[in-house]
Design a protein. Sequence first.
Length: 95
Amino acid sequence: MTKLKVNVIIAGRTYPLSVNSTDEEEGMRKAAKNINELIAKFEESYAVADKQDVLAMCALQFASKLEITSISKEKEEKEALNKIKALTDLLDAHL
């Protein structure tokens, strides 16, 4: 498979990347866009002098959203399994 070369700009710095598909390229570009938008938002909202602090805040925001989504999904899956078990137990009791 041929790797695609992509340059993304984050916080004013260019990062050359290799990706496996156009979907992966699109994902990288969208992610970089989201990061840059969040950087701008943090810089407007807070008096942050160091880009590293802003990037750390961005990383924390994206990582926490991912973890929150994962926790919610885990709870939903557990609840669904409990409901399936309860239904199975109910069916077994009537058979």
